[in-house]
Design a protein around this ligand. Structure first.
Ligand SMILES: [Zn+2]
Length: 453
């Protein structure tokens, strides 16, 4: 479980030599300090300060999760824990998940959900992760593998943190639990969610999360979204579990070193699957169809590594492009009426029809000659393509749109706009890469070329 920090005899010799040199410098400082030439000792003082930084006894930083408990509260049951991190602003952060009280018997009370949710933050903050509770042995083994995989990924504009190998400590391993053996899928109303709804065999339950793409403070958008999702579940004959959580608040801002949501959203969803693991044998994450080997929070190789022995967690339809998924759902009446792709929700709208994701979906539907059937969008305004800034992860989807649109005069004008936008974005991405050290630059360019050329 622990990794010993070995130093070879040669390294030790090198460190001793350095220490000796610094001691000599410090003696010189003491000598000069007593003389008239105090001012010229400034650079030497800096050397001494550096030596303190290099050789001070470092306490291993730790993210500690304690007080894991469940409590009933006004029709909801709350699973919570206190998160303490030495490296960041997360001190005594009360992390919680809530589900309706009627599902309380489906909550797994071990530390699995918290270990899954906090692994990536701990790796970003260069801390060990201590869970004051038992966790699943297979999950523990999988988290070690997940770290290996993530550490092997190159830096991109999405995966932009240098991660640290984190030791996971817990209070032993949980006993295998009995589950009710259901199959579930996360559902936000988007293209991937609808694809899962229509294509996963034996799917019984949809899980809708408040606190991820809809902020907890935005009750209006939550209610506007919950009503259609209830309707979709009802008409598709599926059960719906609503989960509330403040996990994304912990990830945000200084708490976790400005952790990018794109990096952690798969782990965040998987943590909720673990919270409800007494109900499910399999829970699927709607995959966003990113290129197969691209580092991302939801990624083909990473997703199954959030599983444990009696709970399979995986993404569904990973190899499929968004166009294929749209083609599969375009004739579904519920999708036409309720498809929800917008995360910007300008003016509290269900789909703003202005943001990158709205525009991309609208143009893909236009290429499939189905945009008119989707009344959830406003009229398409192609001029808005000039204003969007997709990440390199999305470039290939926009290139697909150029290929998919036919050659009507209206579409030729749209294609020109997309080409100009991609050119601008590629220059910006390469410019950012140019400011990185050489080895990262080479890695990044190789990876980006694979994707965008
Ligand atoms: Zn939008």
């Amino acid at each position: 479980m622990t990794v010993k920090n070995h130093r070879t005899a040669r390294e030790k010799q090198g460190i001793n030599l350095l220490k000796e040199k610094i001691r000599q410098k410090e003696n010189e400082i003491l000598f000069l300090k007593s003389s008239w030439s105090w001012k010229i000792t400034a650079p030497l003082r800096k050397t001494r300060d550096l030596s303190r930084i290099l050789f001070r006894k470092q306490k291993p930083a730790e993210m500690r999760v304690s007080g894991i408990m469940t409590k009933n509260n006004k029709g909801w049951v709350r699973a919570s824990a206190t998160v303490n991190s030495l490296a960041a602003q997360a001190r005594d952060f009360a992390l919680w998940f809530e589900i309706p009280e009627k599902y309380s018997s489906h909550i797994n009370k071990s530390g699995n959900a918290f270990a899954t949710a906090l692994l990536i933050p701990a790796m970003v903050l260069k801390e060990d992760l201590t869970i004051e509770e038992k966790i699943s042995k297979t999950l523990y083994q999988n988290l070690v593998q997940a770290q290996k995989l993530m550490l092997s990924w190159p830096e991109t504009d999405v995966w932009h943190f240098k991660l640290h190998r984190t030791k996971i400590k817990c209070q032993g391993f949980e006993k295998e639990e009995k589950t009710s053996g259901e199959v579930g899928s996360f559902f936000s109303g988007g293209v991937d969610s609808f694809y899962n709804l229509l294509k996963i065999k034996n799917l019984k339950t949809l899980i809708f999360v408040w606190g991820f793409d809809i902020p907890l403070k935005n009750k209006k958008i939550f209610n506007n979204t919950l009503a259609p999702i209830k309707e979709i579940a009802k008409q598709s004959n599926k059960k719906l579990i609503v989960v509330k959580t403040n996990l994304r608040n912990l990830y945000a801002g200084q708490n976790c070193g400005y952790l990018n949501w794109d990096m952690a959203h798969g782990a965040a969803l998987a943590s909720i699957a673990h919270l409800l693991s007494s109900r499910f044998r399999a829970v699927y994450i709607p995959s966003s169809g990113v290129p197969q080997k691209y580092p991302d929070g939801v990624q083909k190789d990473l997703d199954p590594l959030w599983s444990k022995s009696n709970l399979k967690i995986d993404s569904f339809g990973t190899a499929l492009k968004r166009k294929t998924k749209l083609a599969a759902i375009k004739d579904n009446a519920l999708a036409q009426k309720y498809l929800r792709v917008c995360f910007e929700n300008t003016d509290d709208q269900y789909n703003c029809s202005k943001c990158e994701k709205c525009l991309r979906t609208m143009l893909q539907l236009k290429a499939l000659k189905s945009l008119d059937k989707f009344k959830v969008f406003k009229r398409l305004n192609p001029k808005l393509v000039d204003k969007i800034n997709p990440s390199s992860l999305i470039f290939s989807s926009w290139e697909d749109i150029i290929r998919e649109l036919d050659n009507s005069s209206e579409n030729i004008a749209i294609k020109k706009k997309i080409k100009a936008m991609l050119k601008r974005r590629r220059l910006a991405t390469n410019d950012r890469l140019a400011r990185k050290p050489l080895w990262q630059k080479i890695k990044g360019i190789v990876w980006n070329r694979k994707l965008v050329s």
